[in-house]
Design a protein around this ligand. Structure first.
Ligand code: RB5
Length: 143
């Protein structure tokens, strides 16, 4: 799967780990930055990754800032994006099963790396259930 990944300085270390994990699983990664721990503004990276997903250039996006909050808000401003900030494997599964989330957000300063990679793995390997959930996703997307 082609996956875009982006972060701010607060998510940089975890982004590097996530990219290594994705590549070890044979995914193709588009790394949209940031590329160091130097302070940057998370909205730019959330928007950029959201646009890559909404345009169809990539199948999924993963965004990371310190808490995961700011960059998920930014991604969700892009029409067509459904970005879920997940702090547990269960949230990752539900965000796919019920919300058909096409982007995952993580908090690089709040979620420890082993759990973060478990969340990524669960998120990538859980299918959307459709049915009644499709109607609700359609309502989300039409707003
Ligand atoms: C940056 O210091 C921090 O505010 C950012 O990474 C994020 O947590 C915002 O929501």
């Amino acid at each position: 799967m082609k996956i875009a990944v982006a972060c701010d300085h607060g998510g940089y270390d975890l982004k590097e780990m996530v990219i290594g994990f994705l590549e070890s699983m044979e995914h193709t990664v588009e790394d949209l930055g940031t590329y160091s721990r130097e302070s940057v503004d998370y909205p730019e990276y959330g928007h950029k990754c959201g646009e890559a997903v909404a345009s169809g250039r990539v199948r999924a996006g993963i965004v990371i800032c310190g808490s995961g909050i700011g960059i998920s808000i930014a991604a969700n401003k892009v029409k067509g994006v459904r970005c879920a900030l997940c702090t547990s494997v269960k949230m990752a599964e539900l965000s796919r099963q019920h919300n058909d989330a096409n982007m995952l957000a993580l908090g690089g300063r709040l979620t420890e790396p082993v759990l973060a990679l478990q969340i990524v793995d669960a998120w990538l390997n859980t299918e959307f259930e459709g049915g009644r959930h499709q109607r609700r996703v359609d309502i989300l997307d039409s707003y």
